[in-house]
Design a protein around this ligand. Structure first.
Ligand code: FES
Length: 131
């Protein structure tokens, strides 16, 4: 706390170029470390892994429950194998009314889980959705 107080006092007493130099040093010392630390934590816990950039077509059975993998870490895509533990994600339950082909999201960016909504088309364009 003392060092922060000293920096603030130096900033108040400085002018022009000195002020820019002090702010640059502060940014290097504190701000970048703060952003890097917290940014990494949020990325690891809140971003789903892209299992693949296209959906999975699955012929589903009526009445059978399916657990769609939301985290992207499962080795049994598009379904959950328990790999999400500790990630902050939970699988999405899906039960079909009738036998039909379902396009399960593979990129894990869909706005209508577990079905594909075309969000995979945005991958690679710097427009991945935040989840
Ligand atoms: S392994 Fe991805 S949600 Fe369970």
């Amino acid at each position: 706390m003392n060092s922060i107080y000293m920096v603030i006092r130096m900033y108040e007493m400085s002018k022009g170029f000195e002020r820019l130099f002090i702010m640059s040093a502060v940014r290097r010392l504190y701000f970048n470390q703060f952003i890097h630390h917290w940014g990494c934590q949020m990325t690891e816990h809140e971003t789903a892994k892209i299992a693949r950039s296209t959906p999975y077509a699955v012929l589903v059975e009526p009445g059978k429950p399916y657990l769609w993998c939301a985290c992207g870490r499962s080795q049994s895509q598009p379904f959950c194998d328990g790999s999400h533990k500790g990630s902050g994600f939970t699988p999405v339950k899906f039960t079909a009314d009738k036998e039909e082909w379902v396009w399960f999201c593979g990129c894990k960016q869909t706005g209508h889980p577990p079905r594909c909504d075309g969000s995979h088309k945005l991958i690679g364009q710097g427009q991945e959705k935040d989840r």
